[in-house]
Design a binder for this molecule. Structure first.
Ligand code: OAD
Length: 265
């Protein structure tokens, strides 16, 4: 499907065509990344000004990275937690939340850990990488659950201690080399089988999430990427919209609502 007719459409025409597809689709799935939260003031992971500031994320967001410098990992987590606590959902989160409530079979898969999709009112968001507010025992002690919520961990002396065994506590989001939460991964795997698959604000560099784009295309979905720049996924998608997610989703929602009003008896 890559390079299909829609790929040659520009601007308004492309939005019209995509909105029509969305209105007709039986099942729509969206995969989001850090770019959807950029307009909420949360820097993306990669690129200039990104959280990792040019460092290799695997050095820090991995077990080995944590073992080498737990204090630094917690300092970066504290920075991120404080920023995310202050951030508000933007128009991109709002539109996706409205779709989760209105479209008959809509699934939102997110790599984001900021919770803004949920705060915008999204129903059933599948969080592949967990939450910034979760923690885990670095020693995986027997007494502790696998992960638990601790919104205050970053306010204690860093690195904080596990309340169960006194060993080190680590941030509980999924880090490189770890398995995805099983339930979210299974449901996401089923949702790639859809009519329209939207890839929004992700660099499409981190697997297994990035692999879902190819899987959706293979399952026959019409795939659309909404991002400011090209990514490794761009070569296989049907339509690229090179504008901010919050603008594109707002424009699509206006069109969708107009279609729905026309179709209403
Ligand atoms: P990245 O930081 O890798 O990519 C963000 C993408 O959003 C880039 O491709 C930007 O061009 C794009 N972008 C920025 N502003 C945008 C806007 N307003 N509208 C649309 N696109 C915009 O973030 P992710 O792809 O989410 O994993 O990163 C994937 C994973 O890598 C994260 O979940 C995290 C990280 O390491 C873990 O923590 C396991």
């Amino acid at each position: 499907m890559a390079g299909g007719i829609a790929n040659h459409l520009e601007g308004e025409e492309a939005l019209d065509a995509l909105a029509e597809r969305l209105a007709r689709a039986r099942r729509v799935t969206a995969l989001t990344g850090a770019g959807v939260s950029a307009a909420s003031g949360i820097p993306t992971f990669r690129g200039e000004g990104g959280l990792w500031r040019g460092r290799d994320p695997k050095t820090f967001a991995s077990r080995e990275g944590f073992r080498a410098n737990p204090k630094l990992v917690w300092e970066l987590t504290r920075e991120r937690r404080e920023l995310m606590a202050r951030a508000e959902p933007n128009r991109a989160h709002e539109v996706l939340a409205a779709w989760s409530r209105r479209l008959p079979r809509f699934t939102l898969i997110t790599q984001n850990i900021d919770g803004l999709h949920e705060r915008a009112g999204t129903i059933g968001a599948l969080r592949l990488h967990g939450s910034i507010w979760d923690v885990a025992c670095a020693l995986q002690c027997e007494q502790a659950p696998r992960r638990w919520r601790d919104r205050k961990a970053h306010t204690r002396r860093l690195p904080p201690k596990c309340i169960y065994c006194g060993g080190l506590l680590r941030p509980g989001q999924v880090s490189f080399g770890q398995r995805l939460p099983l339930d979210a991964a299974l449901r996401a795997g089923m949702a790639v089988d859809c009519d329209v698959f939207l890839v929004i604000g992700t660099s499409a560099e981190v697997h297994p999430a990035a692999g879902m784009i190819g899987q959706a295309a293979q399952a026959g979905a019409f795939t659309c990427e909404i991002n400011l720049v090209d990514t490794p996924a761009s070569a296989i998608i049907d339509l690229a919209l090179r504008r901010p997610a919050e603008e594109v989703l707002d424009a699509l929602e206006t069109r969708l609502l107009a279609f729905e009003a026309q179709a209403a008896p």
